[in-house]
Design a protein around this ligand. Structure first.
Ligand SMILES: [Zn+2]
Length: 260
């Protein structure tokens, strides 16, 4: 069985110092590939370094909406210079966040638009974060239709069926993280059943929100994506091995990664 963790913040201070152990536990669990996701210029560089060091690690580079206000002049250019690296397979993490108040929403929208342009220019998929801004994302998706289909991921998805349908119609994949496994989130599991199989992905979003039954484990790490995947398989009436095969193929295709 082979799993793919599409969203891992491997630069986290709880993971980076023990990265070789983290990766070997992932390997033992069957998590054979992962994308390290950048949120600032500094950690995007670390993601690229990790991708250079470890064959199973790929990188996504970008500036997270919550870090957009603190970005310095030249940071966007420096992030862009990483985008042509052969192991950079995605653009982001970008998106919108009204839960935290670290950056004005208009600035977040400018940054999102910049990442969208780069995604189209370099033909690498977007990694989209959203928190308490579903209506903004609906408007963004509707507006972007005029420029043709998008490519990317609505990551750590917790939205409703309608938004997922719109995302899929606009070319996006839907990725589920540990929250899918939490007892109280039956509604989210019901949403997950409706996603077309060919657009379905799994992730840890580590170091945050470890899945059941390891919810107390801190930090979360790529090995634990197996639990989210197994939960998702159960909800969809599939064997875990089949869901692993499908979601891993989806991820490889989206990121342009050849089978090993
Ligand atoms: Zn993230």
């Amino acid at each position: 069985m082979e799993w793919f963790d599409t969203h891992a913040h491997l630069f986290d201070e709880g993971l980076l110092p023990q990265i070789e152990d983290v990766l070997s536990r992932a390997d033992e669990a069957g998590v054979k590939t992962m994308v390290a996701i950048g949120t600032t210029l500094e950690d995007s560089r670390i993601c690229v370094e990790l991708a250079e060091r470890f064959p199973q690690v790929y990188a996504s580079v970008g500036i997270h909406p919550n870090h957009s206000a603190e970005a310095k002049e030249g940071d966007l250019d420096a992030v862009e210079s990483l985008m042509t690296h052969p192991k950079v397979v995605a653009i982001g993490e970008t998106g919108l966040d009204r839960y935290w108040d670290f950056a004005p929403i208009e600035l977040q929208k400018e940054y999102l638009q910049w990442h969208v342009e780069k995604s189209r220019q370099y033909q690498k998929p977007l990694v989209i974060h959203m928190r308490e801004c579903e209506q903004d994302i609906v408007e963004w998706l509707e507006a972007s239709k005029a420029d043709g289909p998008l490519s990317g991921i609505l990551h750590s998805y917790t939205g409703n069926v309608e938004l997922a349908e719109l995302g899929v119609a606009c070319g996006m994949h839907i990725s589920f993280a540990g929250m899918l496994t939490f007892k109280r989130n039956q509604e989210l599991r019901d949403v997950a059943k409706t996603i077309p199989l060919e657009r379905l992905l799994v992730e840890t979003d580590c170091p945050y929100l470890s899945p059941e039954p390891c919810r107390k484990q801190r930090p979360n790490e790529p090995a634990l994506v197996v639990h989210t995947g197994t939960c998702l398989a159960g909800e969809r009436g599939m064997e875990p091995a089949e869901l692993a095969r499908v979601t891993t193929n989806n991820a490889r295709k989206l990121f342009g990664i050849q089978s090993t």
